[in-house]
Write a protein that binds this ligand. Structure first.
Ligand code: GLA
Length: 726
């Protein structure tokens, strides 16, 4: 998978369908020659030409006119030494000098993949991985930088990050430390991002690249609802089903930046990592700093091919192997059913009805702890409120057991209410500066997780609860972003380390809890999908996709999310109508069909429903169990885009192509639906398939080339097709 040719100093990294080729040029710089479709073993150094006479200077170690770092495709760009595009790292020396030149020193090729401890990373357990580590040295400051590249067998995802080592005798500062950089040759590209807001996360937006920089970022201390840490670069011919595109996703849940910069020569520099705004990391002699991993994807099968490459990669290499392919429990959650207003009777009534319709797990959401009957108090006091829950948690847990159900519990470990025992005893544990006052969001403050003693205290509280009760599922929430990025415990020259130290505290807690309770399924959440990223998926096999459970908005949210993440990562619930977020009413069938495209569940007061509704849900759950393996393991094909057409439609195909499941939604009804067709994808062309709902048996080729006629439905009506090889 990784080859090095000592004669040409050329590295060739080969994945399932990509080649990544770079070499050490005659001046000692690591230069990219090709990242794209697989090529053979040719010597690609013929692509190195750089004799353009530009207005770009020459660095002191070259001094040949026309040869400038500004024109060389870089694998990791330096600052202030003739490359005027954005640098990948900015290193500051004791005297304030910030220029640097990163030159090749040595490299190693090893089997396996690096293990970065609590910092989420691609897993090597399954074998089939090789890692190239190229050691560079800054000719100016002396800082060493190791660029790691891991190639996985049968995968189109390449993993990269950078590791810094201060081998000098003095202190050095990192003012920027991105994870990766590559420069693509001039071409016509569009940039795809997944932007949004609370209750409308990951809306795909595609715009052409032009000279200058597009920067996707979050400065919120969390990856955010507003911008997902993913960037797509699509060549002009790229469509959903064909053409070339690239993806860059950060395995990181904190403040990040991803940039695409079109240079004077129309080349495109793509890079990203920890958000450089406000970042400053101090490295004393002998210290290391490891940047988060970036997952780079290449596809010559359109955007759909890239999504499938990411989905396979997350399931095989990121999500915990104990859960990646394990059937997820079908839950009922009490949040939208009761909000804070519940007692044991109300909860047990939901459990009773849940058991009757086939639900596996009851999840008790916010409000069971401390003194918390509204959002103003209690966060940080993770002990059961026995005044509210007479008989304690066991009154509900034992009832679940009697009914054959499991029990799940909500936590918000990173938060503290001013009105809490924890705040009264440790007012200095909140992020920020007491004298400056605090911004409040949902009446809460953030705990300073950059401090190990605070992480330890929360570990103790949460693990005490998980040890004391029979809990199989935890929903880990995070309901506000960080404003004052200041820690009372850090010295002045380390305040720029705060946000990264904070997220490392979160990872450390997640690491300890998931190790201590290996059978508990942790679901991530942040006001819905405010922290839906690869870093979270490493610890939490599924994430609450959005607080918006409306059957129309959800198809857009889930469609957008599916561009960069597997369906199995998305937690999707049926809630009541009119919908609490949008006030829209759609049928129970629509809500169930849309929620079947992920880890499904219910979030309403089952005890208040009519018998027919409960019967419909019982049948939905039965139908879901039939497709749940496909949802966990299958290949996703997006057949119709709800942003540019009147129809949402996706198809999931079994890896062996023996069956498929299609879910579609008609947004607004059309009198001429029956004149419209949907063409299927991914089937075995020569095999016969039955489409159960249409009562037809046809060749895969026919279904893929001639298609099926759409049903005529009312507004927001959905259809499903179960397709099986005969
Ligand atoms: C967030 C979550 C909801 C719910 C509430 C509880 O908004 O996204 O699902 O858990 O918090 O406060």
């Amino acid at each position: 998978m990784i080859a090095f040719d000592a004669k040409t100093n050329l590295f060739h990294l080969r994945g399932a369908s990509y080649s990544y080729v770079m070499f050490v040029n005659e001046w000692g710089y690591l230069q990219c020659l090709h990242y794209g479709g697989r090529v053979g073993g040719d010597n690609l150094t013929y692509l190195k030409q750089i004799d353009f006479k530009s207005f770009s200077p020459t660095p002191p170690d070259i001094l040949i006119e026309g040869v400038s770092l500004d024109l060389i495709p870089s694998e990791y760009a330096s600052f202030g030494q003739s490359d005027f595009r954005a640098p990948s790292a900015v290193i500051e020396q004791a005297d304030g000098a910030r220029m640097s030149r990163f030159r090749y020193c040595s490299h190693e090729i090893e089997e396996g993949a690096p293990d970065w401890g609590a910092l989420p990373h691609a897993r090597a357990e399954k074998g089939g991985a090789q890692t190239l580590s190229v050691r560079l040295k800054d000719a100016v400051s002396g800082m060493e930088i190791v660029l790691h590249y891991t190639v996985f067998e049968h995968s189109d995802v390449l993993v990269r990050n950078a590791e810094f080592y201060n081998g000098t005798n003095g202190k050095l500062y990192l003012n920027k430390a991105f994870s990766f950089c590559f420069d693509l040759p001039a071409d016509d590209y569009s940039l795809l991002r997944l932007a949004g807001r609370h209750q409308l996360e990951r809306m795909p937006e595609c715009t052409p690249l032009a000279h200058g920089t597009i920067r996707l970022s979050s400065e919120r201390g969390a990856s955010s609802h507003q911008m997902n840490p993913f960037m797509g670069l699509l060549k002009k011919d790229c469509t959903e089903h064909g053409g070339e595109c690239y993806g860059a996703a950060l395995c990181y849940s904190g403040s990040f930046a991803l940039t695409a910069e079109v240079s004077q020569s129309d080349t495109v520099r793509v890079q990203g990592g920890i958000c450089e705004e406000g970042f400053r990391w101090s490295l004393s002699a002998g210290e290391r700093f490891v940047t988060p991993q970036a997952f780079l994807a290449y596809s010559d099968r359109g955007l759909g091919g890239m999504s499938r490459a990411y989905a396979d990669f997350y399931r095989e290499r990121v999500i915990s192997p104990a859960f990646a392919y394990k059937r997820r429990p079908i839950v009922v959650n009490n949040w939208e059913a009761t909000y804070f207003d519940f007692d044991v009777e109300k909860l047990n009534a939901i459990v009773d009805e849940g058991a009757k319709i086939g639900i596996d797990t009851f999840v008790l959401d916010d409000g069971w702890f401390g003194i918390r009957n509204d959002p103003t108090s209690g966060l940080g006091d993770w002990s059961v409120n026995e005044e509210k829950l007479k008989g304690g948690l066991n009154a509900v847990i034992s009832h679940c057991k009697e009914k054959g159900m499991q029990f799940g519990l909500w936590f918000e470990p990173e938060m503290i209410s001013k009105n809490s025992e924890l705040f009264r005893s440790h007012p200095d544990w909140a992020v920020g500066k007491v004298s400056a006052g605090y911004c409040e969001s949902r009446h809460q403050l953030v705990l300073d997780f950059s401090r190990p003693e605070i992480v330890e205290a929360i570990y103790k509280q949460v693990s005490d609860i998980l040890s004391a009760y029979d809990i199989s599922y935890v929903k880990w929430d995070m309901n506000r972003h960080i404003t004052e990025q200041f820690s009372a415990a850090l010295p002045a020259d380390r305040q720029g380390e705060f946000t990264h130290r904070f997220i490392m505290g979160v990872y450390t807690l997640a690491d300890r809890l998931t190790r201590a309770f290996p059978n508990v399924l942790f679901e991530g959440c942040s006001g819905g999908g405010g922290r839906f990223d690869a870093g979270m998926l490493y610890y939490f096999p599924q994430i609450w996709t959005s607080d918006n459970t409306d059957g129309y908005d959800r198809v857009k949210i889930q469609y957008g999310t599916s561009i960069a993440y597997p369906l199995s990562a998305m937690s999707c619930h049926v809630s009541v109508c009119p919908n609490h977020q949008t006030k829209r009413t759609v049928s129970l069938k629509t809500r169930g069909d849309v929620a079947s495209l992920g880890a499904t569940g219910y979030e309403l007061d089952l005890s208040k429903l009519r018998a027919e509704e409960k019967e419909e849900m019982r049948l939905q759950i039965k139908a879901y169990r039939r497709v749940s393996r496909l949802i966990l393991e299958g290949d996703l094909y997006r057949l119709s885009d709800p942003f540019h057409s009147n129809y949402f439609c996706v198809q999931i195909v079994a890896k062996d192509r023996s069956e498929a499941y299609v879910v579609g939604e008609e947004i607004l009804t059309n009198s001429d639906d029956n004149l419209r067709r949907i063409r299927l994808q991914g089937l075995d062309g020569a095999a016969d398939y039955t489409v159960e709902e249409l009562g037809i048996t046809l060749k895969g080729d026919t279904l893929m080339r001639a298609g099926c006629i759409l049903p005529h439905l009312s507004d927001f009506g959905t259809w499903v097709w179960h397709i099986r090889k005969v």
